[in-house]
Design a protein around this ligand. Structure first.
Ligand code: MEV
Length: 313
């Protein structure tokens, strides 16, 4: 018997990094997915097959012994077969570019937890989310949990570390253009860099937290008004805060400059240091924005909001 699940990638519209310190973030899932297929095997091993790596491992290894970006899958498979006389074969197919802030690792953890655990019985979305966050912690211990949450439930949501998530039911009709710097980044090291900033600049950071909090509250009102122009201004404002905490660089600034000129607003999405930026558009400036990124030799594509979230087959 095979079990299959797919989960979407994500864009953080507002509040990355600040969410780690308790401020609300606003995220949406996007129509690019990871699909995971899992199957029991008679050989009591864990087989993981993907475009980036192929592993065949004995069960019960220490997670610290596994040096592969696929270790969340090992963690999940090992946990589920602990008292079972079976092995597991896992196959991963992804449409989400890796390591560029579009939630590929969270989507892997969510689709992985669902496909692997469904082989052994029914499991709720809440339990899948819990397992996915545990698995994500094998690569990034201090995750806020925001990314896995939006991958499970889809749509647009506000997320706060303490209170969890609240879906935003408004369906604003903006479109997002993603531009990829193709600079790989590690969320863990970017979060550590921001931590160092907070220690060195205590007062400035606590002011920024207040400003971000205010900005997110304003945005929640603007989403109801469906006002892409005003949302764009808030996106540009959020980008200034991200510049201040030091997660930008020259390449990202070049991309932001193009996005802010052609669309309603543009900012980094995710942990920064590389990865992607997004620009908010509607039909009036979507094509122009894409063209300007392409003319400047930046990889770019448009995405829509995914309202399905986790899907199991
Ligand atoms: C990474 O996509 C988002 C961060 O805020 C980290 C986190 O929320 O866990 C940088």
């Amino acid at each position: 018997m095979k079990s299959k699940a797919s989960a979407p990638g994500k864009v953080i519209l507002f509040g990355e990094h600040f969410v780690v310190y308790g401020v609300k973030a606003i995220l949406c899932s996007i129509n690019k997915r990871v699909t995971v297929t899992a199957e029991k095997t008679t050989d009591k091993k864990i087989f993981i097959n993907s475009e980036i790596d192929n592993l065949i491992l004995e069960p019960n290894k220490l997670i610290s012994e596994i040096n592969s970006p696929l270790k969340p899958f090992y963690y999940l498979a090992n946990k589920v077969i602990k008292n079972q006389n079976t092995g597991i074969q896992i196959k991963i197919d992804s449409e989400i570019p890796l390591g560029v802030g579009l939630g590929s690792s969270s989507a892997c953890c969510v689709a992985g937890a669902a496909a692997i655990f469904k082989l052994f019985g029914d499991i709720s979305k809440e339990e899948i989310l819990e397992l996915a966050i545990e698995a994500e912690r094998t690569i990034f211990e201090n995750t806020s949990g925001a990314d896995c949450t939006v991958c499970v439930y889809g749509g647009i949501m506000e997320y706060d570390k303490k209170q969890g998530f609240k879906k935003i039911e408004d369906e604003p009709n903006f479109q997002l253009v993603i531009a990829n710097s193709n600079i790989e980044h590690s969320t863990e090291s970017m979060v550590s860099e921001v931590k160092a900033f907070t220690i060195k600049n205590k007062e400035e950071f606590s002011k920024l937290l207040e400003q971000e909090l205010e900005l997110v509250e304003d945005v929640l009102k603007l989403l109801k008004e469906n006002n892409a122009i005003k949302l764009g201004e808030k996106i540009n404002q959020n980008q200034k805060y991200l510049e201040t905490i030091g997660i930008s660089n020259n390449q990202l600034r070049k991309m932001i400059e193009i996005g802010q000129k052609t669309s309603f607003g543009a900012k980094i999405t995710g942990s920064g240091g590389g990865g992607c930026i997004f620009a908010i558009t509607d039909e009036s400036n979507l094509e122009y924005t894409l063209k300007e990124f392409k003319d400047n030799n930046f990889e770019c594509f448009s995405v829509e909001i995914d309202f399905k979230g986790l899907n199991t087959f």
